[in-house]
Design a protein around this ligand. Structure first.
Ligand code: ADP
Length: 364
């Protein structure tokens, strides 16, 4: 009888609960025991009451709740080997032989490291006398499956991550609210949106809300004097009769020299050079919260089902997969490859190779 552990980790994202629900119910339907590991990797390291068997009814009503009911955390201990050793021991002591992690690129990087170290961790547990050789025998092949839960949509090798669409909806609603007051007063608004080092939310919000200008990390302004180009553009829109100005700035927006572009700075430029009554709005955590959009409920459910399937189909030769979505098809990618590609994007941006960053993020 397979025992599957499921945890949600890193930044919460709407839809994580729906994936936990799907994993628990499909797992039970396929004859497995499913354990919820509470508070992400922290729960895995702490063990004891943080690891609980979940029954069918325990996930009732999960599908429409935002955030993650089983909790998430940033866990420094898991970044260090002793923490991961403790995590391995807790899995074995609870009889868990497969782990499904729903989290962002940090969480999946941690999952991939854990996977790569697994046999070494087992050997260490035996040599330290914390587990016996017979005890570890059934756990030689731990399967780890990754689901990408992130509002940022920043994972390479998948078109869309769990929570990104809901977050985009929340941003659009907020920008629409701001737009009506901006138009009434003929104001300019500089709106900062989340996304860490990824501009997907900002770009999509810009298109969906008809913003005048968008700043994203992957395509910094090409001009050295981008401030003048910005003012010329926004002024031309005003001359065409537009009564409002909306500029969307990704939190990771940078210039050609990798210097952050901050909303307050844009506000100062627009106020002083164009004389626009300019306000800054940082949308903040409203972007993460609330009920998941229908698409995220669907995405996390079908990917949760696929994650359980991956547990059954995994073999020692088949590397641990990350479940993704490419061209409307659920996909399996080796976790290690998706993590490497995501890190390569960050490296390309640091090296100012913005074109390569875009290609790596969307390899298809
Ligand atoms: P996200 O998964 O949303 O990107 P974080 O980057 O904060 O969020 O990662 C969540 C957790 O995953 C961290 O608190 C840590 O426990 C684990 N983690 C992140 N990066 C690593 C790493 N390089 N090695 C081991 N664990 C990691």
């Amino acid at each position: 009888r397979k025992k599957i552990g499921v945890l949600t980790s890193g930044g919460d994202s709407p839809g994580m609960n729906a994936s936990v629900r799907a994993i628990v119910r499909v797992g039970i339907a396929r004859g497995c025991d499913v354990y919820g590991i509470y508070e992400g990797y922290r729960g895995l390291v702490e063990g004891k009451e943080k690891i609980k068997k979940l029954k069918w009814d325990d996930v009732r009503g999960f599908i429409h709740i935002g955030g993650t009911v089983i909790g998430t955390a940033r866990c420094m201990e898991f970044k260090e080997r002793p923490g991961r050793l403790q995590a391995a021991e807790n899995l074995i002591k609870n009889g868990i032989d497969a782990l499904i992690v729903c989290g962002g690129d940090g969480s999946l990087t941690g999952a991939d490291l854990f996977r790569s170290e697994w046999s070494g961790l087992l050997a260490e547990l035996v040599s330290l006398g914390r587990c016996s050789a017979e005890e570890i025998e059934p756990y030689r092949a731990l399967t780890i499956v990754g689901l990408v839960g992130s509002i940022d949509n920043d994972m390479s090798s998948t078109d869309i991550t769990i929570g990104a669409v809901t977050s985009l909806h929340r941003i659009c609603e907020s920008v629409d609210s701001i737009s009506s007051t901006a138009m009434s007063h003929q104001r300019a608004f500089v709106i900062e949106v989340m996304g860490r080092h990824c501009g997907w939310l900002a770009l999509m919000a810009g298109i969906s809300c008809g913003a005048d200008l968008v700043f994203i990390p992957e395509r910094p302004p090409v001009e050295e004097d981008w401030e003048t180009s910005m003012c010329d553009l926004l002024q031309s829109h005003r001359l065409l009769g537009k009564r409002k100005t909306i500029v969307i700035v990704a939190e990771g927006a940078i210039d050609q020299h990798l210097k952050p572009i901050k909303p307050d700075y844009i506000k100062d430029v627009l106020s002083s050079r164009l004389g626009l009554d300019t306000r800054v709005t940082t949308l903040g955590h409203v972007q993460r919260g609330g009920a998941p959009a229908a698409f995220d409920r669907y995405l996390s459910t079908i990917q949760g089902v696929e994650a359980v399937e991956a547990v059954f189909r995994s073999t020692p030769e088949l590397p641990s997969p990350m479940i993704g979505m490419c061209q409307n098809q659920v996909t399996w990618q080796p976790l290690v490859k998706a993590v490497e590609m995501t890190h390569a994007v960050a490296k390309a941006i640091k090296e100012k190779d913005f074109k390569r960053a875009m290609e790596l993020r969307d390899p298809e």
